[in-house]
Design a protein around this ligand. Structure first.
Ligand SMILES: [Zn+2]
Length: 252
């Protein structure tokens, strides 16, 4: 780890004032490198210590699955967005899952799982890929906030994956940075071909598997240690727009 990155993580930790002892001890690289985490120049002073969630990876996944059932029943939890809850969370956050999914307006994770303020740490971009920024965000959720679960979710009729399919099948090109944005999806499309043909759903699931594998195979102890200790699970999911159901198909 570079000193710049070390300082960034330490600074983020102190800046959020949301570090619990378990989160710190689970983040050996940060501890080992920095001894104790000290604020860097300009960082906000720590005010409140917020312990990370005590949910296990299995309990966190079960909470999402139950939430999706309640979403399908039309049940809502107004207390999860109440003023009381908002004020509680002003002191610090302890989300129980990090969520990587598409920017598509039809797939907001909080709504699909009936979650409220402070429960999900979400990274979204068209095609749910993980670049440096997204990886750093996941590492922050795991190493600093102590989430026990990371979900990568694709969805039916994903326009970004469809664009990557068009590149493979029709040599399509796209304006601006859209072409570069979907480049990481192309290997997943190629892997999903059967008899030379691509089904969009298979390509979406292949893209999810690719991102999940990428996260599971990170070599930094920040991710590897909690994975090896069973304190972290990374799963892949597929959302069906019409039924509203989330299929957690890549559970490890
Ligand atoms: Zn999409």
């Amino acid at each position: 780890m570079t000193s710049t990155r070390r300082e960034m993580i330490g600074g983020l930790a102190m800046g959020t004032a949301a570090l619990g002892a378990a989160a710190v001890s689970g983040c050996t690289r940060v501890n080992a490198a920095a001894g104790t985490i000290a604020p860097v120049a300009g960082a906000a002073p720590p005010a409140v210590i917020q312990a990370p969630t005590d949910l296990t990876p299995a309990q966190a996944l079960a909470r999402l699955e139950q939430g999706n059932v309640e979403f399908l029943r039309g049940e809502q939890r107004p207390e999860s967005t109440s003023a009381k809850r908002r004020l509680e969370l002003a002191a610090g956050q302890a989300p129980f899952a990090a969520y990587v999914t598409c920017s598509d307006s039809r797939v907001p994770p909080e709504l699909l799982f009936g979650r409220g303020l402070g429960e999900l740490f979400i990274i979204r971009n068209a095609g749910n890929t993980v670049d440096t920024v997204a990886l750093g965000s996941v590492e922050y959720a795991v190493g600093v906030l102590g989430v026990p679960l990371v979900v990568v979710m694709g969805h039916e009729s994903c326009g970004a994956v469809k664009a990557a399919v068009d590149v493979v099948e029709n040599n399509a090109t796209f304006p601006g940075q859209i072409g570069r944005m979907i480049e990481p999806i192309i290997p997943a499309v190629l892997n999903s071909r059967e008899n030379g043909k691509v089904s969009l759903e298979n390509a979406v699931r292949s893209n999810v598997r690719r991102v999940v594998d990428y996260l599971r195979n990170q070599t930094d102890p920040l991710m590897q240690k909690p994975l090896a200790d069973g304190r972290l699970r990374i799963v892949g999911a597929y959302y069906d727009l019409s039924t509203g159901e989330v299929d957690f198909f890549d559970r490890d």
